[in-house]
Design a protein around this ligand. Structure first.
Ligand code: 5GP
Ligand code: ZN
Length: 114
């Protein structure tokens, strides 16, 4: 989608600090990090959120979660602990409407989230 910010990062028309990629996904540093480690894990194919994912996306969603765990290991927070978050819709604070998992770690994270 030409007007989608994260599709443009996938196309490399907008720069990002890319940490990992494979055929299905791209991982890059959040531009406004909320923790020492704050990485976004996105599918290369445009999906708006998990709310619009279908049965056909099940393998992709599973793959993305596995990559979140890999990113946490690579960033050195697998043992200390980390959080994987995906915001869906307005009240959850979704601001970019291309599915992304936030991987947050490197500090103590409070619960419940705000
Ligand atoms: P959301 O609020 O939709 O759950 O998360 C969107 C995230 O994308 C935010 O954490 C925000 O800081 C990040 N973000 C927004 N624009 C850019 C950008 O141009 N580059 C990068 N790397 N991250 C961005
Ligand atoms: Zn997109």
């Amino acid at each position: 989608m030409a007007e989608c910010l994260f599709c443009r990062i996938v196309e490399r028309t907008i720069p990002a600090k890319i940490l990992y990629e494979d055929e299905q996904c791209l991982c890059f540093a959040d531009i406004n990090p909320q923790a020492r480690v704050h990485v976004l894990v996105i599918p290369k194919r445009h999906v708006t959120s998990i709310g619009s994912a279908t049965e056909d996306d099940s393998a992709l969603l599973g793959h993305l979660l596995g990559v979140c765990a890999k990113v946490a290991r690579d960033q050195g927070v697998a043992d200390s602990g980390y959080r994987v978050v995906t915001n869906v819709g307005q009240e959850a604070g979704q601001s970019v409407f291309h599915l992304h998992f936030h991987v947050l770690g490197g500090r103590s994270l409070s619960w419940p989230p705000g």
